[in-house]
Design a protein around this ligand. Structure first.
Ligand code: UDP
Length: 321
């Protein structure tokens, strides 16, 4: 008698956050059983409420800096738990350091104990205020360890070091994705990041707050493209870090004007003080992802922004902002 093959089991730490919840959705579509761990300090159950009743999905409220006990088999651990916006990690500096360091250690320990693959959500912030442009994975970065952003940058750099140590010492089959600026529905309207900030300001016809002179650059990737790239990386055999992001680069001032136009707003642009250590440029070199994963972003910035703005408009209409 032939038995149906059991579904693969994925653990997603930070699974009720912005990226984590989109990753859970993607894994469920791919047929996985998904166990989502989150302590909800920046995650939100609203992001996973549509999964309630799905028998392949389980949510466990847990702080992954504490020992993770899970019975049963696990095939892959995606470590996505962390405060991730500059405002969040300025408000939660110690939790940010702890989840990058202790949380990565615990999540790696789980993967090792289960013989599971492990994928770390790292960040373009490991490159700091980069002196090489665009950023290739071979660049070691320019990070101020004691500045206000250092808590995030150094936590993720430590996390990468820990992942490579578990790979080399314990033979854990690991992956590292360096995630560049990503946007889409489920971002928190007040997380302080540029996409929610400008979208909500434009929708409310309030001044659009451009920091500094707005000549610093960023490159924005739509969340569905990002998750597709991360999933492809998880299926590849590449243990070295891989950039995933959209290389289309623009200044923050151009970005403010684009969002204002897409919303159809007449909100004025106001200039505010530039945060300390705000990177002057950022653009991923995605040659490696194209060659190794046969991946590249397909969603246009404008289409992605329209969907994201529609999401914030709905929150506004429901009185949630
Ligand atoms: N920014 C801005 N106004 C805002 C929020 C952010 O001008 O209200 C700028 C910020 O200084 C940075 C860029 O937008 O240069 C992207 O900021 P974000 O917080 O989204 O993420 P970062 O790329 O700095 O991690």
């Amino acid at each position: 008698m032939s038995k149906t093959k059991a579904a693969q089991v994925a653990v997603v730490t930070g699974g009720s956050g912005f990226l984590g919840s989109h990753l859970c959705d993607h894994l469920l579509r791919e047929g996985f059983e998904v166990i989502c761990l989150d302590n909800l300090i920046t995650g939100n159950v609203a992001n996973i409420e549509h999964l309630a009743g799905n028998e392949r999905f389980r949510f466990i409220k847990h702080d992954v800096t504490e020992y993770i006990y899970l019975p049963g088999p696990v095939d892959i651990v995606f470590h996505f738990a962390s405060p991730a916006s500059p405002v969040d990690y300025l408000q939660l500096p110690i939790q940010t350091l702890k989840v990058g360091a202790l949380g990565t250690h615990k999540a790696l320990g789980l993967a090792r104990a289960k013989g599971a693959r492990f994928l770390l959500a790292s960040t373009s912030e490991v490159y700091g205020d980069p002196l090489i442009h665009p950023q290739q994975e071979s660049y070691w970065g320019n990070v101020n360890p004691i500045g206000p952003r250092g808590v995030y940058d150094e936590a993720k750099r430590f996390a990468e070091a820990m992942v490579m140590a578990y790979h080399r010492t314990h033979g854990v089959d690991t992956r590292i994705v360096r995630i560049f600026n990503t946007f889409g529905p489920r971002m928190r309207p007040h997380d302080g990041r540029v996409v929610p900030a400008f979208s909500v300001q434009a929708l409310k016809n309030e001044p659009i707050t451009v920091f500094g002179d707005g000549r610093q650059t960023r490159s924005f990737c739509y969340v569905s493209d990002l998750v597709a790239g991360i999933y492809a990386l998880s299926r590849s055999n590449c243990n070295d870090p891989v950039n995933i992001g959209n290389p289309r680069e623009m200044t923050v001032l151009q970005f403010a004007e684009l969002i204002r136009d897409l919303v159809g707003s007449t909100a004025p642009i106001e200039f505010r003080e530039l945060p300390v250590d705000d990177p002057k440029v950022r653009q991923p070199d995605i040659t490696k992802a194209r060659e190794l994963l046969d991946w590249q972003p397909v969603k246009s910035l404008e289409d992605g922004l329209r969907e994201t703005i529609a999401y914030f408009r709905t929150l506004l209409e429901r009185g949630l902002i």
